[in-house]
Design a protein around this ligand. Structure first.
Ligand code: FA5
Length: 342
């Protein structure tokens, strides 16, 4: 029996040395440890061994069984490691941290419109800025000429945090930071998420996006504002867009406007969508108030500028024909995955 076990050990050592893949290893395992395997047969034959030798021979068989099991497990680990190393460094290189290609996600429609606008403004020399969502009272209000207790604060019902900070109600909260960062002249847009404690309906959300823009230089006038707005809107809507300015009040502009566009549905003739006026309200804007320039470290005697605060979420509704603003935040993938870059 000892002789037999020694032969089996030698044969197994040779065979496992030749194994180069998982399938061959599994065949080897079955050949030695399976129901009819060689080691299993040795154990079965133990009953024919005389009683006085059983203990010793049984120990030998158990030892070879353990050896075979350990060698197979070790070989399995080696094969796995070799396969991974080959995949990572070999010709079929892949990155195991990348998400699956089976179910690709899609961009949110607001992101798609935001990127389109960013491209349009970048082409006109504007930088794209990011800013915080949690800001302080100075950033959101005081720096843009809305002192404490000013009635204009009532226009934006604000979520205050226990530490005195607040969720930004308007992207104008970044104006002061950007003026101080670049000084004049500057051209920047800064998209961002805004929060207001509003009752929601088809056009109002408590969480929505705005895209703010500022241009500050010598001799900037309302004509520059109209030019940039018309160019941007004509690019977004892919047709020439007529705009008109109506007076609007914002503490951080002087003068301030509501910018309307010709109704895209009736072309300006008048229809239910534009309440028969031929115009749609789209973008509040104005010339930056001298107090705001001064607070941003820019001399209003030397420089002037315009600013606008486009409702990005509402623009996404118009661009993609979404009738209810709440669809954007509902997290329904069936709705959101329908949108593609245009
Ligand atoms: C402002 O927030 C000003 N900061 C915009 C501005 C910037 C004016 C620079 C002048 C110069 P207003 O509160 O009107 O303005 O909001 C701007 C736009 O945000 C609105 O026209 C609208 O499109 C969008 N908006 C406001 N509230 C909501 C809301 N609850 N849900 C969805 N969109 C909203």
């Amino acid at each position: 029996m000892e002789q037999e076990i020694a032969c089996l050990r030698a044969r197994f050592a040779e065979e496992i040395g030749n194994v180069s893949d998982a399938e061959a290893l599994e065949n080897l395992r079955v050949a030695y440890l399976g129901k009819k395997g060689e080691v299993t047969s040795l154990l079965k034959n133990l009953r024919d061994i005389p009683n006085e030798q059983k203990k010793e021979v049984g120990q030998l068989i158990n030892a070879i069984k353990t050896e075979v099991e350990t060698a197979i497990a070790k070989k399995m680990d080696e094969l796995r490691e070799a396969a991974l190393a080959a995949a990572v460094s070999g010709a079929k290189r892949y990155n195991p941290t990348l998400p699956s290609t089976e179910e690709l996600g899609s961009y949110h429609p607001i992101t798609l419109v935001q990127r389109e606008l960013e491209d349009i403004f970048a082409a006109m020399g504007f930088t794209i800025e990011d800013y915080a969502e949690v800001v302080n009272d100075y950033q959101c209000f005081e720096s843009v000429n809305i002192p404490k207790h000013h009635p204009a604060r009532d226009m934006q019902d604000t979520f205050y945090l226990e530490n005195g900070q607040l969720l930004k109600t308007q992207t104008s909260a970044a104006q002061n930071h950007i003026m101080r960062k670049y000084g004049a002249p500057l051209r920047a847009i800064f998209p961002g998420r805004c929060f207001r404690n509003e009752a929601t309906d088809a056009c109002h959300e408590n969480t929505f996006f705005q895209m703010e823009g500022m241009m500050i230089d010598r001799d900037i006038s309302i004509s520059n504002l109209i030019y940039f707005m018309k160019t941007m809107l004509s690019e977004v809507f892919r047709r020439p867009i007529n705009v008109r300015l109506r007076p609007g009040y914002f503490p951080f502009t002087e003068p301030g406007f509501e910018l309307d566009i010709n109704c895209l549905i009736c072309g300006g003739k008048g229809c239910p969508s534009c309440k028969n006026s031929g115009w749609l309200e789209l973008c509040p804007c104005g010339m930056i108030h001298p107090n705001v320039l001064r607070e941003g470290g820019i001399d209003p005697e030397e420089y002037t500028g315009f600013a606008f605060g486009l409702g990005l979420t509402r623009l996404a509704m118009m661009t993609y024909g979404v009738k209810d603003i709440r669809d954007f935040n509902a997290g329904n993938l069936k709705v959101l995955s329908q949108f593609e870059s245009r």
